[in-house]
Design a protein. Sequence first.
Length: 247
Amino acid sequence: MNIQICQDVDSLSRQATVEFVRLANRAISSTGRFTVALAGGSTPRKLYDLLASEAFRTQVIWSNVEVFWGDERCVPPDHPDSNYRMAYEALLSQVPIPPDLIHRMPAERDDVAAAADEYERTIRESFDLADGEFPRFDLILLGMGDDGHTASLFPGTAAIHEQRRLVVAHYVEKFKTNRMTLTPPVLNGGHNVFFLVSGESKAATLKEVLQGESQPDRYPSQVVRPESGSLVWLIDRAAARLLDLAA
Ligand code: 6PG
């Protein structure tokens, strides 16, 4: 586990942008494509803005980038809470990714379980998976909520222990709504998994997640331990305040 402490969210976002570009170019030169699962929430916004900026936009061959999401709220794609809308506004509307390589989670459907099955089929087709196989994303971007959730794996939910499905939709009591999310075996199959964590409000939970007892039902971010991939925690000083960095 690689923990990188950045001065603030701007430097965290810049570091993540440089890494995104490096991994994209490495994947595209070795396999011809770069598969990435985007995080939702607010922290990644600056990363997406930077990737779309003049300084970085031209450093990636966007026509070879294939985009998925780690999770999605059960709202229409133009809703203010939509993870797709945030990424579309900040990045996807600014760079020439072929539309058929942008795989939005259709979480607004009434039958959200069927929508999760459909998204699972999309992933299986894109990665040409046989039954029982899991995708190996080149990069998975994740955030961490101040309750320790990641993607839409929330404390106390069965999704934390899902080992067969790639995608599940479940009711999240905390928000009294459904969510769609990639499952732990998919997150743990990533070649590169980056957590982006910023802000004082995350400090106490981050201390527990990284240096406390293993209790993934309480802190689902602990379930992310890639089997063979690289796990990087990009954290700003405010979020890292309580960490024992000598540990
Ligand atoms: C979501 C995200 C979620 C997010 C964390 C952190 O849909 O909300 O996928 O897992 O990464 O809640 O969110 P912030 O970056 O806004 O703190």
